[in-house]
Design a protein around this ligand. Sequence first.
Ligand SMILES: Cc1ncc(COP(=O)(O)O)c(C=O)c1O
Length: 422
Amino acid sequence: MNLGREHARALDAADPLRSWRARFIAPRSDAGEELVYLCGHSLGLQPRLAESCIREILDDWGTLGVEGHFAGRQPWVAYHERLAPPLARLVGAQDDEVVAMNTLTVNLHLLLVSFYRPAGERTALVVEKYAFPSDRHAAWSQVRFHGLDPDRDLIEIAPREGEDWLRTEDVVDLLERDGSRIATVLLPGIQYVTGERLDLPAIARSARRAGCTIGFDLAHAIGNVELSLHDADADFAVWCSYKYLNGGPGAIGGAFVHDRHARRDDLPRFAGWWGHDKASRFRMGPEFHALAGAEGWQLSNPPVLAMAPLVASLEHFAAVGLAALRRKSIALTGYLETLIERRLPGRVRIITPADAAARGAALSLRLEVSHDRACAVFEGLRRRGVVADWREPATIRVAPVPFYNGFDDAWRFADALAAELA
Ligand SMILES: Cc1ncc(COP(=O)(O)O)c(C=O)c1O
């Protein structure tokens, strides 16, 4: 491969998605130059369309007041319903299996209330040892909520000694060996530190065979890789929308509940009026009748202002299609990987799987230098106009996002890293 910048620019010129970059607002340096923004795995960029979607709600609120609930251009009472079809496409679900609501950790708790139901010998909840802390806190507190002891009933599964990735076969072995004492398995779609993409269908199959419920945290997977939650037979999934979905800081999260649970009245759930049957909701009766499907897990009326940027972003996803984004993503991440390997041999270890099917857009780079030197390199990158993120002890995570990053961004990043490590 040609390592020169002209080649990166030629790849950008030939990119069928190159015009989409202009629909996002890219942060700039004090001198007005566009930064190399490789942090879409943390906070996706702002779609320009977001402002008019928010403005529409503000205007309706101003002109209609409370009547905006029913008479707004997009009536607020049903605003969240527009989000379900495009979200369902992204996670491989039916429209009624998906709902935009709350935030990730809140949704995780709500769904664990329904799907983690320890009974008899089957009491354990499985999480990955290096899970995002909020997932672990949620799981730990749910075990305690049932009066159980996390030392016994929170099972942590980890990569093998000396390895970076969780092996599917190890998850399957655990479920075959200890399945009869496991109530629920909670795993990520993509691991947040290493960028490893897990084989969700294989894990879900094995969990179901063992009689356990299975849920996934899709924070780093949704909008990044193709998913098939319905066909995989997952029981539930949750996600946030501020990463690859570009929904804005603290954006509304989402949840999936498999159709086979859509009408189950036997499941315990924490209820609120927005999960109640729409036809009788405003009769304000005391009894709760859950809506069929994922909507039945809603609690409150939707925060429409917080949903507006996501409406904008999902319009873009619908227009481009995840398949085209993923095609570019595989090429772009592969290009970045080659640049790093060829320009920085021995100084950076990529801890993300090399197989494109086993990762998404992001690469995690372990700097093979002292901790202090690694910190200095990271700070140096920022001075050179690169926005990436840092995980202790010496890992830099970068995500070239196919919507708004190009091959020249990858080249500029690799060049800045080479200069810092020189
Ligand atoms: C993998 C993962 N899980 C959970 C969370 C927590 O999300 P929230 O703060 O929206 O609950 C995050 C946040 O970045 C995350 O990356």
